[in-house]
Design a protein around this ligand. Sequence first.
Ligand SMILES: [Mg+2]
Ligand SMILES: [Zn+2]
Length: 183
Amino acid sequence: MQGSGRLVVIDRDGVINEDSRDFIKSVAEWRPIKGSLEAIAALHRAGRRVAVVTNQSGIGRGLYDVATLEAIHRHMLERIRAIGGDLAGIYYCPHRPDAGCECRKPRPGMFRALEHELGIAVAGAPYIGDRWSDIEAADAVGARPLLVRTGTGAATEAALGDRRVPVFDDLAAAVRSLLDEMG
Ligand SMILES: [Mg+2]
Ligand SMILES: [Zn+2]
């Protein structure tokens, strides 16, 4: 397995696209956050492999089906590719929170699937999210959590307490910082 040096993992709702209390149930409801797709394209141009990990319990709740989710993800990928970006993988958990599955964040199942499929270790890789469960998921797999203030990120930041996590206004700012780090 390759080291994590080329991998960046990103949450979807509230980070790449606007989140909704009512879930994102259709392509029409999927609205990218300003600058997020361009940020993913910038990572790709910089030689990074970008993977998305997303809890989609709306499927388990019967709010939308797998075909709809996959249509949303095709649309997202097309928008990213149209500006010169790409995604190495999109991983989702379709289960309800009470299902006790291994994949719903903060559990590590999606990250393990990513490692298996892409052959890249997640330990040490940046993982950009907006919820406390994203930070916990990063901790569970030894990834490096970065928090954005979009989605529920501002509330997560307010609840950080003593936990030190780098916080950025949005994905574009987090990615600028990662790319600056690379020199
Ligand atoms: Mg999120
Ligand atoms: Zn699951």
